[in-house]
Design a protein around this ligand. Structure first.
Ligand SMILES: Nc1ncnc2c1ncn2[C@@H]1O[C@H](COP(=O)(O)OP(=O)(O)OP(=O)(O)O)[C@@H](O)[C@H]1O
Ligand SMILES: [Mg+2]
Length: 245
């Protein structure tokens, strides 16, 4: 079995660099959001005003492009904000099976677009104390990544398995997508690392997923083979460490 990679397996220097990068982003974000958000709102308001006066198809297509790019900037800004200033977790008793099923609904549009065949296998597992919404974010990010890694022609398969293992819940998210090149594997948990086409990914999904797992005293690991697929292993303790409550 290939070595499992997670952010904790990085050399200490890399971890430090990631932490420093996040701290720098954290300090900049509120100011940045304000500075970018104000002109963005003005652009949006003007684009809306123009909508009623644009008559031809080319003009309408250009307006659509403007609106799509504004949406994109807004999404990136929110991703920055969530990462740099995550909301206080709201812990309660949750079924992880339910969390996974809800996350599959959130990712269903992208999974359906690529005609991904989803299968699940849920072993009986006790409810755990966790922030259900944050964990839904985590699994949705993994499912969206799997959808993005799939061949557009179809034939994609995503398998999700839940089981208990020692004192942990182990969730395996396995896809048969393009896989991750061994050179890229050590970088995928770093902020802004993306291999998606320009304008599509901002490389913050796995950083956020890692942050959420750690808030729960858990881990995320990955193994991957180019051309065969990728498996993420999410481990969440059944008994949540009290210091993170
Ligand atoms: N299931 C997967 N299959 C193949 N590559 C993956 C998979 N999951 C992650 N990756 C790789 O890891 C990179 C980082 O993933 P991450 O979710 O952090 O960012 P992203 O998907 O590129 O952008 P976004 O911020 O929109 O999520 C991806 O660009 C891709 O190269
Ligand atoms: Mg992603």
């Amino acid at each position: 079995m290939p070595d499992l990679k997670d952010s904790k397996s990085h050399p200490e220097g890399d971890r430090l660099e990631t932490t420093t990068q996040l701290a720098t982003i954290g300090a900049m974000v509120p100011d940045l959001v304000h500075k970018i958000g104000t002109p963005l709102n003005i652009i949006l308001a003007n684009a809306e005003l123009l909508e009623s006066s644009v008559q031809d198809e080319r003009g309408a297509a250009r307006l659509l492009a403007i609106n799509e790019q504004i949406d994109r900037i807004t999404t990136i800004l929110h991703a920055f904000l969530d990462l740099a200033h995550p909301e206080e977790p709201c812990f309660g008793s949750n079924s992880i099976q339910q969390v996974i099923e809800d996350s599959l609904i959130f990712a269903s549009e992208e999974l359906e677009q690529r005609a991904v065949c989803v299968s699940t296998s849920f072993a009986p597992a006790p409810a755990i104390i966790c922030d259900g919404n944050r964990l839904k974010d985590l699994f949705t990010k993994l499912f969206l990544n799997a959808a993005n890694a799939m061949n557009e022609e179809g034939g994609g398969e995503l398998n999700i398995a839940l089981e208990t293992c020692d004192r942990d819940l182990l969730i395996r998210v396995k896809d048969n997508g393009e896989g991750i090149h061994p050179n890229n594997l050590p970088q995928i948990f770093e902020p802004f690392f993306t291999t998606r086409p320009s304008g599509q990914g901002c490389g913050l999904g796995l950083v956020a997923a890692q942050q959420i797992a750690e808030q729960h005293g858990g881990t995320i690991q990955v193994e991957s083979e180019v051309g065969k697929g990728t498996t993420f292993f999410v481990r969440l303790p059944l008994d949540k460490p009290t210091d993170s409550l």
